[in-house]
Design a protein around this ligand. Structure first.
Ligand SMILES: [Zn+2]
Length: 409
C-alpha cells in the first residue's frame, strides 16, 4: 500500500473534467527463451494490496476482472507463483480496532485458499512455496503492513505469526508507537527499546523484518538489532526517484551486506522523478483527488484504491501528469543490481495499491520483466533470482535463524 489520499505520496490531479478513454499500452512480445525461463521460475511478489478487495464477499478472486491488477486468471497468465497479500489498515487506526481489522484480513486471505484449493496453497516457508509451485498452485503468503497492528503487544505478533504472517513492515506512512516512518516527523529517533524487542521477537518467530516505509534511522536501528536478513517488501531506488520511502544507494548496500533484498515497487510515484515532481508541484491536485475519491467511493477502501489509479490515468490522458512507462521498473532493478549484484534484488509490485506504469497494467504483464532483463544481457540464473529466488533464500535464512533461536515456526 503506497497510495494515500493526502500528503506528498498522493498521485493527484485536477478533477471535474469528463472521463476520457484510457489508452493501455500494447504488450511487447516475449521471446520464447524468456517465456520458458519465466514460467519455469518461481516468481514471487512480496507486496499486493488485493486483500482490500477480498473483504468484499462478492469479489471472486477466481474470475478474470476488467479492473484492478490481480486475480487467479491474471496471476496464471503472468506466471506469478507466490504472492504476499498485504494485511493493511491506515496507521491512524490504532489499538484493538487495528488488531481486529488485521485479523479480519488474515481470515479473508485464508478463506480464499479454502475457496480455491485447486489454484491456491497457503505457504509459510520457502519449502512450502516450492511445493505449491511443483503442484501447479500459486503460493499464498501474508505480510502485515504496519507495526501499529500489533497494538504494542508481542502476543499479538506471535498470534499473527501462528496464523501464517511471514513479514511485518515496521511502520506504514505514519509513526507507530515504537518506530518512525519515512513520511512523518521523527518522534522516536528510529526504533524505541520496545521496537528493538519487536525486531528480536520477529527474528525468533521467523517473521521477516520489512523496512519499506520506515525512516532511514529506523532502518539503521533495525539493521543493528536484527540477526536475520531483512527485506524492503516494496521500495525503489532514491537515486532515481527522490521519495523518502525509497532507499538510498548506501541503504541498499547495507541491506545487501546483511543478506537482504530490495523488492522494487512499481508505483509511478516511486519510479519516476518527473511524475513525483508533477504531483509535488501542485498540492491542489491531491486535495481534489481526495474529494473526488470520497465522492466516488465513500469509505470503501478497495474502491478508493482502484479509483485513484483510474483518476490518475485520466489525468495522464489529459496531459496533466506525465506518462510513466513500465520500463522504469527495469531501470530501478538495474540500478540496484549494479550497486549490489543480482542476489539482493526482487519484485514487490504494490499491485492493487498503487498507480501502475503504462504497460504493467496488471499481473498478466510480468513476463515482460524477464524478457527485458534477458535482453539487457542478464544471465538466466540472475533473472531467476530476481524473479523470486532471492526472496526464497531470505525466507530460508530467516527460518533457520528462528529455529536456532528456539522459535516455534
Ligand atoms: Zn506500502
Amino acid at each position: 500500500m503506497t497510495r494515500m489520499l493526502s500528503g506528498t505520496l498522493c498521485a493527484a490531479l485536477a478533477i471535474g473534467l469528463p472521463l476520457v478513454a484510457l489508452s493501455l499500452s500494447e504488450s511487447p512480445s516475449i521471446s520464447p527463451r524468456a517465456r520458458e525461463l519465466h514460467f519455469h521460475s518461481i516468481v514471487v511478489d512480496t507486496h499486493d494490496d488485493t486483500t482490500q478487495r477480498l473483504l468484499d464477499p462478492k469479489f471472486d478472486l477466481g474470475a478474470r476482472h476488467s479492473d484492478g491488477d490481480v486475480d487467479i486468471p491474471r496471476m496464471r497468465e503472468g506466471g506469478l507463483g507466490a504472492i504476499f497479500f498485504s494485511i493493511w489498515i491506515s496507521g491512524t487506526i490504532t489499538g484493538q480496532p487495528a488488531v481486529d481489522r488485521a485479523l479480519q484480513q488474515i481470515n479473508a486471505v485464508r478463506e480464499q485458499v479454502r475457496l480455491h484449493p485447486k489454484d491456491l496453497a497457503l505457504a509459510t516457508t520457502a519449502d512450502e512455496v516450492r511445493r505449491a509451485h511443483a503442484a501447479g498452485k500459486i503460493a499464498v503468503l501474508m505480510g502485515v503492513e504496519g507495526g501499529h497492528m500489533i497494538n504494542s503487544d508481542l502476543a499479538v505478533l506471535r498470534n499473527f505469526a501462528s496464523l501464517g504472517v511471514r513479514y511485518m513492515t515496521l511502520t506504514h506512512s505514519v509513526n507507530d508507537e515504537w518506530a518512525d516512518s519515512s513520511t512523518d516527523k521523527p518522534a522516536h529517533n528510529g526504533l524505541t527499546d520496545f521496537g528493538k524487542q519487536v525486531v528480536r521477537e520477529m527474528n525468533g518467530l521467523g517473521v521477516m523484518v520489512d523496512i519499506s516505509h520506515v525512516s532511514d534511522k529506523t532502518f539503521y536501528d533495525a539493521l543493528a538489532v536484527t540477526s536475520a536478513p531483512m527485506i524492503a517488501s516494496h521500495s525503489s531506488c532514491r537515486a532515481l526517484c527522490d521519495a523518502p520511502r525509497n532507499m538510498t544507494d548506501q541503504m541498499i548496500k547495507d541491506l545487501a551486506a546483511n543478506g537482504g533484498v530490495i523488492q522494487i515497487n512499481y508505483n509511478v510515484g516511486f519510479l519516476s522523478q518527473e511524475f513525483r515532481n508533477a504531483t509535488k508541484d501542485n498540492p491542489q491536485f491531491g486535495e481534489n483527488m481526495e474529494a473526488e475519491v470520497k465522492k466516488r467511493c465513500g469509505e470503501d477502501l478497495a474502491c478508493q484504491l482502484l479509483e485513484i489509479e483510474k483518476i490518475t490515468r485520466e489525468a495522464v490522458a489529459q496531459g496533466k501528469l506525465p506518462r510513466v512507462e513500465w520500463t522504469a521498473i527495469i531501470d530501478h532493478i538495474d540500478h540496484a543490481v549494479k550497486l549490489v549484484g543480482a542476489d539482493h534484488v526482487g519484485l514487490g509490485s504494490d499491485f492493487d495499491g498503487a498507480n501502475m506504469p503504462y504497460g504493467m497494467d496488471d499481473a498478466s504483464h510480468l513476463p515482460q520483466i524477464t524478457d527485458a532483463l534477458l535482453k539487457k544481457g542478464y544471465s538466466e540464473s540472475d533473472v531467476e533470482k530476481i524473479l523470486g529466488g532471492n526472496t526464497l533464500r531470505v525466507m530460508q535464512q530467516v527460518e533457520a535463524i528462528a529455529k536456532k533461536m528456539g522459535g516455534t515456526q
